[in-house]
Ligand binder design. Structure first.
Ligand SMILES: Nc1ncnc2c1ncn2[C@@H]1O[C@H](COP(=O)(O)OP(=O)(O)O)[C@@H](O)[C@H]1O
Ligand SMILES: [Mg+2]
Length: 316
């Protein structure tokens, strides 16, 4: 006879049965509220639990994928359930997260291919028109350029996003000079800022932050870029730092109340924003993701047609 304790090393729930009674269970089983010396019926249930009971009494193996409800923790989980008759072991593998990830992957792939397909169609159509000599050359090339830039933007943001999501980026917390980071951000956005004659008003009350400089750069670049992009010509964008908070404020087009929650979703862009400027619709979802990794609070306040204020609170 083997030592049952060895199953404490397993990630799956392992239960030794005597009829329908739980004789022994491994450590992970406790996470599901499973205890010893009770019937399986008081530990969990699922559609077709009869089938399992039948197999136990008939001395047959069983393998099913199903959704199981665990009574003690009041939760349902998707599992791979395996009954092995010769050892009388019941093994339950939780595949809820795997299933969720699979669904998320499918949704994501659909969204990405859809978003990339649109600019690609524009490019293709204009190339055909040019080949046919039917289109005004300058107009067609401008359309192609705009679409190429959109594809480039989407790919760049996706790279950051997937790197963060896959956990390939581990934040490194150092003392950073926020003025220096801000200067880099403004340098990168300078062309747009000049073109729209936006003045940037900085109020750096807190100069040093303990944070990851790449992540703060990414947050600031997205927020300042939005503030500039969705502001009217000759207006002011305010950037303020104090009490471990970074605030970016503008007097631009604002966001309608009913759309406020959606703007951090991937690819979501308001109708007014689409009319006003180009974008990937990914910037705020990147910001949101960084905040969730670092434990920062992200707060977006906006009045439609009046302006927007984004607050990143680094207090954790
Ligand atoms: N400062 C802002 N003022 C008004 N609308 C904004 C602002 N920032 C973000 N938004 C809205 O949120 C949407 C999503 O923002 P974002 O993810 O950065 O995508 P993008 O800027 O590429 O459109 C924008 O399309 C816009 O509708
Ligand atoms: Mg943006």
């Amino acid at each position: 006879m083997f030592n049952f304790d060895v199953f404490d090393l397993f990630d799956e729930v392992v239960i030794l049965l005597e009829g329908v009674k739980i004789k022994e269970k491994n450590k992970i089983a406790e996470k599901y509220g499973i205890s010893e010396n009770v019937d399986i019926f008081s530990a969990f249930t699922f559609d077709n639990i009869d089938k399992l009971v039948e197999h136990i009494f008939d001395g047959k193996d069983l393998r099913v994928q199903t959704r199981v409800y665990f009574f003690q923790i009041s939760k349902s989980r998707d599992v791979d359930l395996l009954y092995n008759n010769s050892s009388k072991l019941l093994i339950i593998k939780d595949i809820t997260d795997v299933k969720k990830l699979k669904e998320a992957k499918i949704n994501f792939t659909t969204a990405v291919s859809h978003e990339l397909f649109n600019p690609l169609s524009v490019i293709k159509a204009n190339v055909y028109l040019l080949l046919d000599g039917k289109e005004n050359m300058e107009f067609a090339l401008e359309e192609i350029e705009k679409s190429t830039e959109r594809i480039e933007r989407i790919i760049k943001q996706l790279k950051t996003l997937s790197m963060l999501e896959l956990g390939l980026y581990t934040p490194r917390y150092n003392e950073i000079d926020i003025e220096k980071v801000l200067k880099e951000v403004i340098d990168e956005l300078n062309l747009k800022i000049k073109e729209k004659m936006i003045s940037i008003e900085k109020q750096i009350i807190q100069k040093y932050f303990k944070a990851d400089s790449f992540l703060i750069f990414t947050i600031l670049k997205n927020l300042v870029s939005n503030a500039v992009k969705y502001s009217h010509k000759m207006s002011t964008v305010k950037i303020k730092t104090f009490e471990n908070k970074i605030i970016v404020e503008d007097n631009g087009i604002g966001i309608k109340k009913e759309e406020l929650e959606k703007v951090t979703e991937r690819f979501y862009r308001t109708k007014d924003a689409i009319k006003m400027a180009q974008g990937s619709g990914l910037g705020l979802s990147v910001v949101k993701h960084i905040c969730s990794i670092c434990g920062y609070k992200l707060n977006i306040e906006s009045d439609y047609m009046i302006g927007t204020k984004v607050i990143v609170d680094l207090n954790t």
